[in-house]
Design a protein around this ligand. Structure first.
Ligand SMILES: C[S@@+](CC[C@H](N)C(=O)[O-])C[C@H]1O[C@@H](n2cnc3c(N)ncnc32)[C@H](O)[C@@H]1O
Length: 288
């Protein structure tokens, strides 16, 4: 795959920002808070976690994903975690406040990073344990071998160059570190119908076949620990979200009904799959 020119990279970033940088996000959040009798000064974790995690299965999905990787992190009491494509930072905050991790969140959309920082301050999360910054997931500028765990939740589907994405994950993980993702993959029955929650245009939608990703990760010497197709759970959960105020709807923006019905159509017609997987970066043996 040819590298994008600077101009193409800018168009890609603008398209992602147009899709995820939901109009009037501040107002949507303050309306949601007032629906619960709260504001940014009085915001509670319970209310925030209903809308600040923009992936299938929401807050419960985050807890399930972390619980499924915990045993592979050994005895670490404060694992260093990178959340790639962190959105509003809800996953990062959950990992700090409920699981004792130290987390760095990276997202290409600057509005998301600003809101992640604002919500983190409002929720009084220890600033020594969490930080956010804006960068492409393929080129984070973070230090080599600095994370025990990398999480990708519904983000890889937006990245065209998966070799670069997983190459960056490999560079950033410590020897034996864990890569965990839940994401949208290409199904067996034709192309994706857009818009969906993850993309309004084909220019930012890159679901890939499971087999190709497995081969790619194996060629980078990632060891597969688990691979689960949870498409049926995704469909059930998406149906449960229909008509629910706040939640998934809040971050979907104006075209919510269309995005939701297309998302369900893609999964039910097997155009897309929803997969949870855990891989381990190869252990490097020091040579004398
Ligand atoms: C569906 S949202 C999920 C957000 C977050 N992971 C969560 O679960 O709440 C996908 C996120 O990935 C980010 N993203 C997409 N492509 C990216 C890229 N190439 N580099 C960094 N972030 C990216 C988007 O800006 C968006 O915030």
């Amino acid at each position: 795959m040819l590298a994008r020119t600077e101009e193409q990279e800018k168009v890609y970033k603008d398209t992602l920002s147009g899709h995820y940088g939901v109009h009037h996000l501040d107002k949507r959040i303050s309306d949601e808070l007032s629906r619960h009798g709260q504001n940014l000064q009085t915001i509670s974790n319970d209310v925030a976690s209903n809308f600040d995690q923009f992936h299938i299965l929401g807050h419960q999905g985050t807890k399930d994903l972390f619980n499924s990787v915990k045993t592979y992190l050994g005895q670490l009491s404060h694992p260093k975690v990178l959340d790639l494509g962190c959105g509003l930072g809800g996953t990062a905050r959950t990992l700090v406040s409920e699981f004792g991790c130290e987390v760095v969140g990276i997202d290409i959309v600057e509005q998301n990073i600003r809101m992640a920082q604002e919500l983190t301050k409002a929720l009084k999360i220890d600033p020594n344990k969490i930080c956010f910054s804006s960068a492409p997931a393929t080129d984070t500028n973070l230090q080599d071998a600095s994370f025990d765990l990398i999480i990708l939740q519904d983000c890889a589907v937006n990245v065209e160059n998966k070799t670069k994405l997983f190459g960056e994950c490999k560079r950033l993980l410590k020897s034996g570190g864990i890569l965990a993702f839940c994401d949208v993959f290409a199904g067996t029955m034709g192309g994706v119908v857009l818009p969906t929650y993850w993309a309004n245009k084909a220019a930012i939608s890159f679901p890939q076949k499971p087999k190709e990703i497995k081969q790619m990760l194996a060629s980078m010497r990632f060891e597969e620990i688990s691979w689960n197709d949870y498409t049926a759970n995704a469909i059930e959960w998406l149906k449960s979200q229909e008509g629910v105020e706040g939640g998934f709807k809040l971050q979907m923006g104006d075209n919510y009904e269309k995005k939701m019905s297309n998302t369900l159509r893609n999964f039910t017609e097997k155009r897309t799959l929803w997969v949870n997987a855990i891989f381990r970066r190869n252990v490097e043996i020091a040579t004398l």
